[in-house]
Write a protein that binds this ligand. Structure first.
Ligand code: 13P
Ligand code: SF4
Length: 344
């Protein structure tokens, strides 16, 4: 798959675990969490069994902003971050004294892959008068070049604030989120042109047809989706904001345009509502088009247990100290800004 000249190859699908294996692995993980004083921090897009284990062992299941906050504030000395690499890196930048493990360090993100530190640095050099705002879905090195880090849950508020100060902005890497924020705020933004390979795949004509079949359904859309999909939304927001919208909107049927891993927590939040997947090209696509992030799907109970048992280079997030210190500045700015906002 190719976005803005970057070709993405997807990881192979991992084999499903047997039920008995899962039971055994859950016991092993619970034992190792205690032994290591560790806690699981899982993203909403990971498999339901990982989310359930995080919940029942005192960890968290959250959006990328809350994952960062939780890891930073929790007393555990080891964090096991089930998600994609930038989430583990964010945890390590904020908590260098903690051991940060990931089920696999190979879990990437197309936005991170589509924004190399070298090319991004040159882009910033071309616009020296602009404030540099990067999405959390970036490498530590790209964050180190930024003035601010932001997640989708507070992007509109942050850009609105910077715009009110008269600042012109560089935005990277997600073009769809950048355009959405630009439309909401009217800010002067130069946008990097990457995209999320999952959200980029939602199909407008098919969604219009689906809306005709379910005329009373609400449409919830993550702002990493293309403009034509956002235009059909009843509510647009980060993963946690979409869960909140599913709960508070009066609609009984909800079409969801984001990774379907979110259905686990969304269905818990509104057990009586019908949740429907927004259409992608599915099996007919040349790439893998299924509203499930192939890198999030790499996380499973087996490699969580392996990470906790063995740690080491396959699992432990390490960041060069000078990069970490520079990346910490815009990340701390984000956390302070988020803390000053009314909690939603
Ligand atoms: P959230 O910050 O909304 O959890 O999004 C992270 C992400 O990777 C969405 O694709
Ligand atoms: Fe990145 Fe998209 Fe996967 Fe989120 S869903 S981690 S933005 S590739």
């Amino acid at each position: 798959m190719d976005i803005n000249g970057v070709i993405y190859s997807f990881p192979p699908k991992t084999a499903a675990l047997k039920v008995e294996e899962k039971v055994e692995l859950r016991h092993t993980i619970i034992r190792l969490l205690k032994a290591r004083n560790a806690v699981i921090i899982a993203h909403y897009y990971t498999d339901p069994e990982i989310q359930a284990l995080a919940e029942t062992t005192g960890g968290c299941v959250a959006d990328s902003l809350e994952m960062a906050r939780f890891g930073n504030q929790h007393h555990a000395t080891t964090l096991i971050v089930a998600g994609v690499r930038f989430m583990g890196e964010t945890a390590k930048i904020l908590s260098p004294e903690k051991v940060v493990l990931m089920p696999t360090l190979k879990a990437e993100c197309s936005l991170d892959l589509g924004c190399s530190p070298e090319a991004f640095s040159a882009f910033c050099d071309d616009h020296p008068d602009r404030t540099v705002v990067v999405y959390a879905n970036t490498s530590a090195a790209v964050k180190a070049r930024a003035d601010w880090v932001v997640t989708s849950s507070i992007a509109v508020e942050l850009i609105d604030y910077l715009d009110s100060l008269g600042e012109k902005i560089i935005w990277a890497p997600d073009r769809h989120l950048g355009r959405y924020v630009q439309k909401q705020t009217g800010a002067d933004m130069q946008c990097w042109q990457s995209a999320c390979i999952v959200h980029d795949e939602f199909k407008t004509q098919a969604l219009l047809r689906m809306k005709r079949v379910y005329p009373d359904a609400a449409v919830l859309v993550h702002p990493e989706s293309p403009q034509a999909i956002v235009d059909l939304a009843t509510a647009v927001g980060s993963t946690s904001q979409l869960i909140c919208a599913a709960q508070t909107l009066p609609h009984q049927q909800i079409i969801v345009a984001t990774d379907h891993g979110i259905f686990y927590k969304m269905q818990q939040a509104c057990p009586k509502k019908s949740l429907l997947k927004a259409p992608t090209a599915g099996a007919g696509a040349a790439c893998r088009s299924c509203a499930h992030c192939p890198w999030m799907a790499m996380n499973n109970l087996k490699i969580i247990a392996e990470g906790l048992e063995h740690g080491g280079a396959q699992h432990e997030v390490r960041i060069e100290e000078s990069v970490r210190q520079r990346a910490l500045i815009p990340l701390n700015r984000m956390l302070s800004f988020a803390a000053a906002l009314p909690r939603r």
